[in-house]
Design a protein around this ligand. Structure first.
Ligand code: HEM
Ligand code: HEM
Length: 184
């Protein structure tokens, strides 16, 4: 349980927790900014925040996946039932898929509608998709349904993490917490 070769390394942990923090800010910002009756300046600020944090998130997830490829995750504890290990693997694949699909759909929705993404505009990075109302609407629908899917998956993920950390106390939680690994 205290064997460091069973734990995630510090870069993987730091990336996990930064991505987690950003996602936990991005989702409520997204749901709040589309509410009717919001004061215009508040809505604009949330949109700017949401779009630009979303782009940074995408880059962080790519970095996380590149690091994961270079340094594959440690094997799961032997105490874990094979079905539990499989459920964890499937849910992580789905999380990564949505962590890539959500910003891509958001980007396409915004750029196909010819709206700004302030950070990219300031860096002079032009649009990568053509202007198209049909494309913007398809991406909008994907982003909308994806939002519920990722929120549900994250709720299950946090529930599972807390179950391992507080009730089972089987060392799974300590594989990722604290953000700095011991002796690695
Ligand atoms: C909120 C957004 C979050 C996202 C998107 C997320 C995503 C992920 C992903 C993709 C993995 C797999 C790591 C890998 O093998 O590459 C992972 C692992 C893990 N996460 Fe999260 N996570 C989030 C929040 C949390 C929170 C809040 C907790 C704790 C309460 C947590 C606890 C863990 C633990 C303990 C692991 C290691 C599981 C293992 O042993 O493989 N995560 N997370
Ligand atoms: C992991 C990253 C992201 C997550 C989890 C996320 C989540 C959400 C959520 C929960 C909503 C409210 C529900 C909806 O209307 O779809 C939303 C809306 C929105 N998001 Fe994102 N988003 C992400 C990235 C982005 C990015 C990178 C952009 C653009 C550059 C973006 C642009 C938008 C826009 C424009 C809306 C308003 C929907 C509309 O009416 O068109 N999102 N997002």
């Amino acid at each position: 349980m205290t064997d460091p070769s069973q734990d995630y390394r510090t870069p993987a942990r730091l990336l996990h927790w930064i991505v987690a923090l950003f996602v936990l800010l991005t989702i409520p910002a997204g749901f709040i900014m589309i509410q009717d009756g919001l004061a215009r300046p508040v809505q604009n600020t949330l949109f700017v925040f949401h779009k630009n944090i979303g782009v940074i998130l995408f880059l962080l997830v790519l970095l996380r996946l590149a690091y994961r490829w270079l340094r594959p995750p440690p094997p799961v504890p032997e105490t874990l039932h094979p079905l539990q290990a499989m459920a964890a693997r499937v849910s992580h694949v789905l999380l990564y898929t949505l962590l890539l699909v959500m910003p891509l759909a958001g980007y396409i929705r915004v750029r196909a509608g010819r709206f700004p993404i302030e950070g990219l505009d300031a860096l002079g990075i032009g649009t990568l998709v053509p202007r198209s109302e049909a494309l913007a609407n398809a991406a909008k629908a994907l982003h909308f349904y994806g939002a519920y899917a990722i929120a549900a998956l994250i709720a299950i993920h946090i529930g599972a993490a807390l179950l391992h950390g507080l009730i089972l106390r089987d060392g799974v939680f300590a594989r990722m917490w604290p953000p700095l690994a011991r002796r690695r």
